[in-house]
Design a binder for this molecule. Structure first.
Ligand code: SAM
Length: 239
């Protein structure tokens, strides 16, 4: 899996690339990431990448030339252009399903905006999809790009040590995850449920499924509408 991130602030990615699972995935060459400062593609003698908006108003708008030139340079030798994703509060809300769909591509190009955002022609003629990480406005797309990359890399085969752990995560099953416990079995009198200590795999799986359902019903009942449930589970929810 390869990411090309177009940003004016490549230094923001240093900690992300040099820590934890992202670092391991890059060291193992399961994930490759390049940072492109699109200021390097400015045609302006002052290396300007933004300008005032036509029609007036505050703030600066990212000019089309540097971003078009940067994407064209990245893709000039590729036969099939990888999807170009714009980080944007106006985009499709990012979900686990979207992360799963994007993880099936071998390469993605991520555009990080700043200031007032992008000239509309970038949105219309360069970008395949706009992605929003939530209904709030960030100062730049860098944090959004890291969120998107982080959620995708954990789905790349081999990146997580225990392959099962991504499959059972919240949202992957359509439900929120069941409660997790580790040692000690008794902490300050708060005990781990007996079933988890029983060693009885079928009972543990049943308990976890029931806990997932209850937790989802309590916290995110909206998810239940589209979750793959058995007839028995649907009947239980209607009680
Ligand atoms: N004026 C723009 C608007 O109202 O849509 C907001 C621009 S914002 C200050 C600057 C940049 O941050 C955006 O171009 C985008 O790349 C990024 N950004 C801000 N909020 C975001 C969000 N919720 N999801 C993804 N990217 C976001």
């Amino acid at each position: 899996m390869r990411f090309d991130v177009l940003t004016l602030f490549p230094e923001m990615f240093e900690g992300f690339f040099s820590s934890s699972i992202m670092k391991r995935a890059m060291d193992q060459r399961l994930v490759e990431a390049s940072l492109v400062n699109f200021r390097d593609y400015s045609t302006d003698k002052h290396r300007m990448v933004d300008d005032t908006p036509y029609g007036g108003g505050g703030g600066m708008v990212l000019k089309p030339e540097p971003l078009f030139r940067a994407v064209e340079a990245l893709t000039e030798e590729t036969q099939v252009r990888p999807p170009v994703l714009m980080m944007s509060p106006q985009g499709t809300p990012f979900t686990q399903k979207k992360a799963e769909a994007l993880s099936r591509h071998s390469r993605l190009i991520l555009l990080c905006g700043h200031y007032e955002g992008f000239d509309e022609r970038i949105r219309r003629h360069l970008v395949d999809e706009e992605i929003s990480i939530g209904d709030y406005v960030l100062t730049g797309g860098e944090l959004a790009a890291m969120v998107v990359m982080d959620s995708i890399i954990r789905l790349v085969p081999g990146v997580l040590g225990n392959a099962g752990s991504a499959e059972e995560d919240s949202f992957s099953t359509g439900l929120l995850e069941y409660p997790q416990y580790t040692r000690p079995a008794d902490f300050r009198g708060w005990k781990v449920p007996d079933v988890l200590l029983s060693g009885h795999h079928a009972q543990i799986a049943r308990w976890r499924r029931q806990q997932s359902l209850e937790r989802t019903l309590e916290r995110r009942p909206d998810l239940l509408e589209h979750a793959p449930l058995t007839d028995e589970e649907r009947a239980w929810l209607k009680q």
